[in-house]
Design a protein around this ligand. Structure first.
Ligand code: HEM
Length: 82
């Protein structure tokens, strides 16, 4: 969490959801909920905010697809570490 909290800028942004770290840097501009909310969600466990936003199955699938490593999906590039 401490390491993830260092990545809190629009050039380098990680969020932690449900114990997993997502590099959302290249997704900031694409995120329908806006880049600000993702930047504010760095440095803490963002699971509650993620759930409160009522994300769709599609949003969750995008996240899960990222778990196999680096991949581009609708301009979405994530890295995830368990
Ligand atoms: C990191 C993975 C994330 C992905 C892939 C993602 C993806 C999406 C997608 C696809 C939508 C459009 C609606 C939907 O399909 O559910 C959305 C909306 C939204 N997201 Fe995220 N999101 C992520 C993280 C977050 C986080 C951490 C927050 C809050 C801190 C957040 C807040 C919101 C909000 C508030 C909306 C609603 C926007 C609106 O309806 O005006 N998201 N997100």
């Amino acid at each position: 969490m401490e390491e993830a909290s260092q990545h809190n800028t629009s050039e380098d942004c990680w969020v932690v959801i449900d114990g997993k770290v997502y590099d959302v840097t290249s997704y900031l501009e694409e995120h329908p909920g806006g880049d600000d909310i993702l930047l504010e969600a760095t440095g803490k466990d963002a699971t509650e905010e993620f759930e409160d936003a009522g994300h769709s199955k599609t949003a969750r699938e995008l996240m899960e697809q990222s778990s196999s490593g680096n991949l581009t999906q609708r301009s979405l590039l994530f890295q995830k570490w368990k």
